[in-house]
Write a protein that binds this ligand. Structure first.
Ligand code: G3P
Ligand code: CA
Length: 300
């Protein structure tokens, strides 16, 4: 009897050790807590921290005077009042008026309201610089900056990759584990940009993003192996996993973490709620974390 009790105890201990060693699933606040506050504002980042995000995401753009800012689109008109403040400063692109961030200095961009489009109570929010985002998030959560449309800036002779490397070095975050309170993962849809990060910042984690369109070359076993030469993780659109759930174990077998995007209460597909959808991906599909607009719905 004593022997049986000992065996049962050891079994429970082993299970506990295994469970305890399971890496924590990562909650990445997509553009901040962007379901509740205007994306890429300090208000959205603060709310993400309040809601327990492990990482706060920053999409990056570059101003005319070479400053990294947090902005999803290459242009300003969707998320600011640039059309009112600078009515003549647009370019015509395919018949549409576009106000490119790269045509404005930081001082000009700081004159724009980045909150009122979302809700009047956020009027007065500004487009943050990457440095302002780092200063806010540092020590409270991780940073997850995306080199967004680096090709748009390359075409103008602006080197986003160089600016990102300089900013990370300046903040002493250029080695994995340099600040245990502020882990940092780089991400991009652009393989060339991540390859540059692999050369310059080889110890940092790098997530290669996959769009649902035109990515079949990357989702084969050979493609995943190629990705593992310059990235440590895969960030697929969740549709890609729905279409082929073997993508997750195959990416794991290639040594890549898997953090899909984007989980939001406004679009949950076949699931009754975003919490149910996130639970399914984390517990059944086995992803390592996910990007969500609703950090408060993340199942812990
Ligand atoms: O970076 C992950 C996810 O945010 C990619 O989509 O367009 O929201 O940047 P997007
Ligand atoms: Ca992003």
């Amino acid at each position: 009897m004593l022997r049986l009790t000992f065996v049962v105890l050891m079994f429970c201990l082993a299970i506990g050790i295994v469970a305890g060693s399971t890496p924590r699933k990562l909650l990445v606040a997509h553009r901040g807590a962007s379901a509740y506050a205007p994306e890429h504002t300090l208000a959205a980042y603060r709310l993400a921290l309040d809601q327990g995000a492990d990482f706060v995401e920053q999409d990056l753009g570059v101003t005319r005077d070479g400053v990294l800012i947090c902005l999803h689109d290459p242009t300003l008109e969707r998320t600011t009042d640039v059309e009112q403040v600078f009515p003549d400063r647009f370019r015509q692109v395919d018949g549409a008026r576009r106000w490119f961030a790269a045509d404005f200095t930081l001082e000009e961009i700081k004159r724009l309201d980045a909150g009122a489009w979302f809700a009047q109570k956020y009027a007065g929010e500004r487009v943050p610089t990457l440095q302002e985002a780092i200063d806010l998030v540092r020590g409270k959560a991780g940073l997850f900056p995306e080199l967004k449309t680096p090709d748009v800036y390359r075409d103008r002779g602006m080197d986003m990759e160089l600016l990102v490397v300089a900013a990370i070095r300046k903040n002493g975050l250029d080695r994995k584990g340099a600040d245990p309170g502020t882990p940092l993962i780089l991400q991009s849809f652009d393989a060339q940009a991540l390859q540059a990060m692999a050369r310059e910042l080889p110890t940092l984690d790098r997530t290669f993003l996959l769009d649902p369109r035109g990515t079949s070359q990357w989702t084969t076993d050979a493609g995943l192996k190629e990705i593992s030469a310059f990235a440590t993780g895969l960030g697929p659109a969740k549709l890609l996993i729905d279409a082929d759930p073997t993508l997750v174990p195959r990416a794991h077998a290639a040594g890549l973490t898997v953090i899909p995007y984007t989980f939001r209460s406004s679009s949950t597909g076949r699931f009754p709620s975003v919490r149910d959808e996130m639970t399914h991906f984390l517990s059944v599909v086995g992803v390592d974390g996910l990007f969500t607009d609703n950090p408060d719905e993340f199942p812990r």
